[in-house]
Design a protein around this ligand. Structure first.
Ligand SMILES: [Zn+2]
Length: 353
């Protein structure tokens, strides 16, 4: 799929139904030897191959503080007691939205109690150190519960939420979207039932178990030998919007292979060293964005006109000038795309998607 595929595109992500990729496979050698495979929470992503840069930390939707407590998902007695506890907090998600208390600078989840929660698939989100339990319910949003409280999408509220609330809402939206979409058994077509406290579904006819679907997508900043960045505009985007290249990882393909293939298909650029930067869930509806940097082996751009309207190399000065002149607009800070571009640029950038 194309540049900043729907998965990381805050405009079209809500309507994305999956990796409707039509790209052909081109397998290259995966340069996994150079990739950072551990946590991207510390230090820099130096590969020894000439590509260095800060690892991505504090990504808006890659935060969280609450223990997911997976060991309790099958504990019926504990679940029953937790749901009966009036202190238990519930996040209701309806079509990707949850009630939040929102201002321009801050957001907080507006929880309901189990008694106030609507009917719907219920899932355990986690447990605080002090034993406070959090559940999600995929169902009708309750009436607004206070001043300043209204339904909000993850991409809007996410960056403004605390680490705790951002993690809870990302988790809840991912599960709610999955339950809304994957309701039937792919083997026999029967309706499936949630189990494992909403973290899986089971077919009552053939017993098959099904788990939340996550579509990995790579997103990559390609730089040339002069450290210019390759930014492109998807043919379906409005004028001026540009971003780094992105696309879904295909079946039987590594993320690094997807980087090589997508960059070559979309721009004609061959990449050498590929460096992993970090990841962010983008559950609108079900993506996991894997961020990379890659070094270009050539600079002559040949765009795939079906998917890419234009692609250009930008020095830092050229990027700053283009933004100041209003000739390009970057993705918003909630996106990993913005953070990748910013990590290359070296300081804050406006996001005016
Ligand atoms: Zn079945």
């Amino acid at each position: 799929m194309s540049v900043a595929s729907a998965s990381d595109d805050p405009v079209s992500a809500s309507s994305s139904t999956g990796p409707a990729s039509t790209v052909s496979a081109r397998t290259g050698s995966a340069r996994t030897g150079s990739a950072r495979t551990g946590s991207a929470s510390t230090g820099s992503a130096s590969t020894g191959l000439g590509l260095t840069g800060p690892a991505l930390t504090g990504l808006a939707l890659a935060r969280g503080e609450v223990d997911r407590a997976a060991h309790l998902r099958a504990d019926a007695d504990w679940l029953k007691a937790a749901w009966a506890d009036p202190a238990t907090r519930v996040i209701v998600v309806e079509r990707g939205q949850a009630l939040c208390e929102l201002t321009d600078e801050h957001a907080a989840l507006a929880f309901t109690t189990p008694r106030q929660a609507p009917a719907g698939v219920r899932f355990l989100l986690g447990v605080e150190v002090d034993g406070l339990a959090y559940f999600g319910v995929a169902g009708a949003l309750p009436e607004s519960v206070g001043p300043g409280v209204r339904p909000a999408y993850l991409r809007e509220a996410g960056p403004l939420l605390s680490d705790r609330d951002a993690g809870l809402l990302t988790h809840a939206v991912a599960l709610a979207n999955w339950h809304e979409t994957f309701t039937h058994c792919p083997r026999c077509g029967s309706p499936t039932d949630p189990f494992a406290s909403g973290h899986a579904r089971k077919c009552p006819v053939d017993g098959s178990e099904h788990f939340p679907r996550v579509d990995p997508a790579m997103i990559v900043l390609v730089t040339d030998s002069a450290d210019r960045a390759l930014l492109a505009r998807n043919a379906q985007w409005p004028e001026r919007r540009v971003s780094v290249l992105a696309g879904f990882v295909e079946a039987g393909e590594s993320a690094e292979q997807a980087v090589e293939r997508e960059v070559a298909e979309e721009t004609g650029i061959t990449v050498g060293a590929v460096t992993y930067l970090g990841s962010q869930p983008w559950p609108m509806p079900q993506s996991l964005m894997l961020g990379f940097r890659a070094a270009a082996a050539n600079t002559e751009i040949n765009v795939d006109a079906d998917e890419i309207a234009e692609a250009n190399w930008y020095s830092r000065d050229e990027l700053a000038a283009a933004i100041a002149a209003g000739t390009i607009r970057l993705p918003p800070p909630v996106s990993i795309a913005h953070r990748i571009i910013q990590s290359w640029y070296g300081s804050e950038l406006p996001g005016s998607w």
